[in-house]
Design a protein around this ligand. Structure first.
Ligand SMILES: Cc1ncc(COP(=O)(O)O)c(C=O)c1O
Length: 453
């Protein structure tokens, strides 16, 4: 095996200078967000109460590219961009597959995931407009950590509502956020009217991203000089993440490869969009298949309805046209907290409907077993979210082996799992559940299985 292709590292000056916008490339215009009261498209002005002006402009922009501000690009470079594209040589050997498997290393960011790519941009635009405080929600804590660091860089206060189950499972995530200077509370909290209502109706509610978003929005509306910052779903977040795929294309060009598959896990859709959209808009990759990997416990793309729904549980957001399990859906307490979201980015939804993206759902036992194999063979403990993409890549590589075919796969390693060891401990102790909510078969178990019930 050729070792020279083990890791493709671009020069720091090759960090992208522009964001790549998917909107002008869609076959049909994206259905606009609507005001639930009037069922009419929302005026972008309405979004200005919540988001920095530049983000609102980007949300509806039809420009093919948008320049990355120098200050943001500098943070991207200080945070490890361009991130390496690494060949999974150990994993390929373990699978005895003829396929070439590459992964994009978003785990190298100081906060451990892709989330800083957009947190830095949003904090920068807010600070430029004189904002002093940002409110947000976080599931597994990766987004909250990125917001905390971005706010520290731009000297903003950060207020983070963390989904209660993740707050309990991943306590050191909270400590990391506090180290960066953020204030963090478990959600549902007693700090907002909506949180108090949920706590009264159902004490010890595990929380959901939908509820935490409602709390952060209520906080934003009720506090002066505060903007809301969102880590996924909206068009401008997908835009900021496009640095991932742009780099991956440049890296594959170095070794003259075109991928047969591009794979990412999907919560709200941002890391998937980040790796996939730059390939999707490029005619050179018209034969590439795009796989969106989600949990069977929260199968928005594979089982959700394509409809207008709220982005949060309290119904404070405009309605978005997306695949949704319902804004009040409470997913089982799987460890991939970042994938416990009822909806998906409207752009990812629209492309799935067009048939350009193929969604797949995986059980958390199979997923974490894939994570363990990856750790053993590549040395990196993946975030449980990212392990969904790994599971998909493994299945494709094994299927190709069966057929005696070779192919090239690229998946996004959206984050590391250093704060997710409780998930791996549960797997190895045999106390992990499959957590299947909607009539989906239990874990398949295969040659990779460690344990789990
Ligand atoms: C490591 C990691 N991967 C993936 C996700 C899912 O979010 P998205 O689909 O927006 O990338 C999260 C969300 O918290 C995450 O922390």
């Amino acid at each position: 095996m050729k070792q020279e292709h083990a890791r493709i590292q671009l020069d720091i000056d090759d960090t992208p200078r522009e964001y790549l916008n998917i909107l002008p490339h869609l076959k049909n215009p994206l259905p606009p967000p609507i005001n639930p009261a009037t069922e009419e498209p929302v005026n972008p002005e309405m979004l200005l109460a919540l988001f920095p002006e530049e983000c609102v402009k980007q949300e509806v922009s039809m420009e093919k590219t948008i320049a990355i501000p120098t200050e943001v690009r500098e943070i991207l470079m200080r945070s490890g961009r361009p991130t390496p594209l690494q060949r999974a040589i150990g994993l390929e050997r373990a699978l005895k597959t003829p396929c070439r498997i590459y992964y994009k290393r978003e785990d190298v960011s100081p906060t451990g995931s892709h989330k800083l790519n957009t947190a830095a941009a949003q904090a920068y635009y807010a600070q430029k407009e004189g904002i002093e405080r940002m409110a947000t929600e976080t599931g597994a804590g990766q987004w909250g950590s990125a917001v905390a660091l971005a706010c520290a860089y731009f000297e903003l206060e950060a207020m983070v509502y963390m989904v209660r189950i993740s707050y309990e499972q991943k306590q050191y995530r909270g400590t990391l956020m506090r180290t960066y200077g953020a204030t963090i509370v478990p959600s549902p909290s007693d700090l907002t009217e909506f949180g108090r209502k949920i706590n009264k109706e159902q004490p010890n509610h595990p929380g959901t991203l939908g509820i935490a978003i409602s709390e952060a929005l209520e906080d934003t509306i009720n506090n002066e000089n505060t903007k809301y910052t969102l880590g996924s779903v909206l068009n401008f977040v997908m835009l900021h993440q496009s640095v991932i795929g742009q780099e991956a294309i440049a890296q594959l060009d170095v070794i003259d490869l075109s991928p047969d598959y591009v794979i990412g896990c999907v919560g709200g859709g941002s890391n998937f969009a980040g790796i996939a959209f730059p390939f999707l808009v490029n005619d050179r990759f018209r034969d590439t298949k795009f796989i969106a990997a989600e949990p069977t416990a929260c199968p928005s793309l594979t089982k959700g309805e394509y409809c207008y729904d709220f982005g949060d549980t309290a119904g404070l957001t405009p309605k978005l046209k997306m695949h949704s399990l319902g804004a009040d859906f409470t997913p089982p307490k799987i460890h991939a907290g970042g994938l416990r979201y009822h909806g998906v980015a409207p752009t990812v939804s629209a492309l799935t409907l067009e048939g350009r993206i193929t969604p797949q759902a995986f059980n958390q036992i199979d997923v974490l077993n894939a994570g363990v194999l990856f750790a053993k063979t590549e040395g990196i403990i993946p975030a449980p979210e990212s392990a969904h993409a790994i599971k998909s890549a493994i299945d494709i590589a094994l299927e190709a082996k069966k057929k005696n075919e070779s192919c090239t796969l690229v998946f996004n390693l959206s984050g590391h799992g250093h704060f997710d060891m409780a998930a791996y401990a549960a797997l190895m102790n045999g106390t992990l559940n499959g957590d299947e909510p909607i009539g989906i078969p239990q874990a398949t178990g295969d040659l990779l299985t460690v344990q789990g019930k």
